[in-house]
Ligand binder design. Structure first.
Ligand code: PLP
Length: 358
């Protein structure tokens, strides 16, 4: 519903619609790519620290210095090459504002994270969406010519497809005058990060999040890495919007989580193993599965269709993601849960598909 109190144009904004977060009912939740495992116990210890009371009394460090130092050390960068935000969505929003308002369209794939067009609309940024190939792979040569910049997730979402670093490098060379943002929300699940390229490419910005691999979606912490001029640009935007986006608890908890690389490796190893067995099992059930290096798979079920299967699974308490969008409306995006959760998913898929085709 709109209102005469609104600024002009507000009623035309089409906000991002996140995956459902059901309240109450106990479901097997495979729809928003959260981790099935708990966050680092070392991070959770912070919550019992008596000094938190004093920290909460004051404003947090507006520059998140300790957290940025931990991130810099982990990725072999300088703290001046790290920017932190309230979830990587906020980091992305500031990146759109800081780098993509040029007199040319921003380029991103036709099938990708659906927040990108929303930021474009919010900031009045024109965009063009070169189509992925039929197998959802990306052709970098489509990203040449006049552009305000390029953004893509690697691995891509919701396809899960991974683009090798050589291809990322070609992309950086195709657009030397513009920022290329590589959104590495899912990089910890088997891909190779573009962070080591930062030294050689002043136009590269890499974003990460603690929401997926670190099992901290509820904390809201994301970060960007790039050469200092890009980070300085992000800080100008951030400090014109909210000086304190990262609260005192999040700063300390995130630093402890990032420092606990053994826990991260352990959880990601388990997710990767479950992904591989799930892909194989889905293929045995005649699903067409897109190769994935993320903590989810995009898969086209056999039989009457994706939406029917999505609804039938939902009836049975299993939530997956269905996108009613061109090119992917015959697919389901299934987050990787525990082995037990995936067994339940597979068992139910088999029963539903069996009964549908009888
Ligand atoms: C989940 C996701 C994000 C957002 O992460 P937050 O840090 O939770 O805001 C960004 N990009 C992609 C591609 C994602 O899938």
């Amino acid at each position: 519903m709109s209102s005469p109190f609104w600024s002009p144009g507000l009623e035309k904004l089409e906000p991002y619609v996140p995956g459902e977060q059901p309240r109450g009912r106990k479901l097997i939740k495979l729809n928003t790519n959260e981790s099935p495992y708990p966050p680092s116990p070392r991070a959770l210890e912070i919550l019992g620290d008596a000094q938190l009371a004093d920290a909460l009394r004051r404003y947090p460090d507006p520059e998140s210095c300790e957290l940025r130092a931990v991130i810099a050390e982990r990725f072999d960068l300088q703290p001046e090459q790290v920017f932190v935000g309230n979830g990587s969505d906020e980091v992305l929003a500031h990146s759109f504002y800081s780098f993509f308002r040029h007199n040319a369209p921003l380029l991103f794939p036709d099938i990708t994270y659906s927040f990108y067009p929303v930021y474009c609309q919010l900031y009045g940024i024109e965009y063009r969406t070169p189509p992925l190939r039929d197998d959802f792979s990306l052709a970098v040569e489509d990203y040449s010519g006049p552009a305000a910049g390029v953004i893509l997730p690697n691995p891509n979402a919701p396809s899960g497809r991974y683009l090798p670093l050589e291809e990322i490098e070609k992309l950086l060379q195709l657009q030397p005058e513009r920022v290329v943002v590589i959104d590495e929300a899912y990089i910890d699940f088997g891909g190779e990060s573009a962070v080591p390229l930062i030294d050689r490419y002043p136009n590269l910005l890499v974003t990460h999040t603690l929401s997926k691999s670190y099992a901290l979606a509820g904390l809201r912490l994301g970060f960007a890495m790039g050469q200092q001029p890009l980070i300085d640009g992000l800080n100008r935007t951030k400090n014109s919007f909210n000086s304190y986006p990262i609260d005192a608890i999040a700063q300390r908890l995130a630093a402890a989580a990032i420092d606990d690389s053994a826990h991260l490796a352990d959880c990601c190893g388990k997710v990767i193993a479950t992904r591989e067995s799930t892909v194989q099992a889905l293929r045995e059930l005649d699903f067409d599965v897109v190769p994935s290096k993320a903590n989810f798979v995009l898969a086209r079920p056999p039989g009457p269709g994706a939406e029917a299967l999505y609804l039938a699974l939902r009836e049975r308490g299993i939530l997956v993601r269905y996108f009613n969008k061109p090119r992917i409306s015959e697919y389901l995006r299934i987050s990787i849960g525990t082995d037990e959760e995936m067994d339940a998913l597979l068992r139910n898929c088999e029963e539903i598909i069996g009964s549908q085709t009888e």
